[in-house]
Write a protein that binds this ligand. Structure first.
Ligand SMILES: *Cc1c(COP(=O)(O)O)cnc(C)c1O
Length: 376
């Protein structure tokens, strides 16, 4: 059997172990310490735009805290991009609130500004003004933030930006995660850089990030004993994981370059092939190309995305359909949905290809050989 080719696997830069070793040497084996502070500073510097960052145990924790900090309460409604990973929507339910799903547009595959506005108007007409809007930058491709932020400002609804897949992506130089009131990053094992598991909540407001750190460490009031006047969470990143993060930050720019190069290799290999299209950047848009994704029109191409997925699987190569929209998931049955069929269509014909920055030339040759066996 050929060795397994993963879609996206961890890729260490080399200095991670030094930071972790230092944590051992100094006995900072806790959810605080110099690596946590250092990692936060690295993130703030990288994001720019006056960003503040709180390192957390996961991106999901960041989204949960984001909703808490935006004042979402049980019975509220929160607008959420339907085409995404379940971790975007689950925290809405943790709050006892209801997700209102909004479809994608076909340029970026992210939240449609037109359908967002329709959803807001419609919910307001029944006295249910949404408490927050959660757009996502899928596969590293920035959502149409200019239009989304304009709508959010018009209706005075805060934006919680799920940038879990999009560290380093930008629109006209402004980094994803810095558009909304709050942004969330993920450092899960399959993301472009990883801390094995981890995330961050970022904001231009130092008060919001200070409050996030407070809530993430059990909401302890200042007192010699344990004193609490709010419900807290245990969501802080450990100093060991943050050590991995500091090492990964040293290679982030390189990882983005490598992922973009993988995308370019697929793009030139498949240029002009019938029925195959890519997730293209709009002018001024920059994607970190976390995953290379293609759309396969079966009528034009002569095969389906499932034909290609199975052919790759047979050669021990991992690929996966695009995110199955949340409004199609049994667990979110009955939630309001504003759509026009775009995300359902993308899910039906889209495939995520192996995209790791550690793919070798031989790996790419193997992948191309399988693709070429189907492509005309
Ligand atoms: C990975 C991911 C998350 C969750 O991040 P974790 O760190 O795994 O909790 C949230 N949203 C999207 C879109 C993701 O891809």
């Amino acid at each position: 059997m050929n060795t397994k080719i993963w879609m996206s696997s961890p890729h260490m830069g080399g200095t991670e172990e030094q930071f972790v070793k230092e944590a051992f040497t100094t006995n900072w084996i806790a959810p605080l310490g110099p690596n946590v502070n250092g990692f936060e500073q690295d993130l703030e510097l990288f994001l720019g735009n006056g960003s503040h960052a709180a390192a957390l145990s996961s991106g999901t924790a960041g989204l949960h805290l984001g909703l808490v900090l935006l004042g979402v309460k049980a019975g509220d409604e929160v607008i959420c991009q339907t085409m995404t990973f379940s971790a975007t929507a689950n925290p809405i339910n943790y709050m006892g609130a209801t997700p209102v799903f909004v479809d994608s547009e076909s340029d970026t595959w992210n939240m449609s500004p037109a359908l967002l506005e329709k959803a807001i108007e419609d919910r307001m007409a029944i006295g249910k003004k949404p408490k927050a809007i959660i757009p996502v930058h899928l596969y590293g491709m920035p959502a149409k933030m200019d239009s989304i932020m304009a709508i959010a400002h018009h209706y005075q609804i805060p934006v919680l930006e799920d940038a879990a897949e999009a560290i380093g992506s930008s629109i006209h130089g402004q980094k994803c995660g810095t558009f909304g009131e709050i942004g969330v990053l993920s450092f899960n094992g399959n993301k472009i850089i990883t801390t094995s598991g981890g995330g961050a909540l970022v904001s231009q407001s130092s008060r919001i990030v200070k409050d996030a750190r407070f809530l993430a460490t059990q909401a302890r009031d200042e007192a010699p004993h344990y004193q609490h006047s709010q419900i807290g969470y245990n969501y802080r990143m450990s100093n060991l994981c943050a050590g991995v993060g500091r090492g990964q930050m040293e290679v982030l720019a390189k990882r983005i370059e490598q992922r973009r190069s993988i995308y370019n290799q697929y793009h030139s290999h498949l240029a002009g092939k019938k029925g195959i299209s890519f997730h293209e950047e709009l002018p001024g848009y920059f994607s970190n190309r976390w995953l290379t994704t293609i759309l396969i029109d079966p009528k034009e191409a002569g095969f389906t995305r499932e034909d290609l997925r199975l052919a790759l699987e047979k050669d021990n190569i991992e690929s996966r359909p695009l995110w199955k929209p949340m409004h199609m998931q049994p667990v979110f049955d009955g939630c309001p949905f504003y759509g026009d069929g775009t995300s359902e269509h993308l899910f039906e014909i889209g495939l995520c290809l192996p995209s790791g920055s550690n793919l070798s030339n031989d790996d790419m040759k193997r992948i191309f050989a399988v693709i070429d066996s189907l492509v005309k």
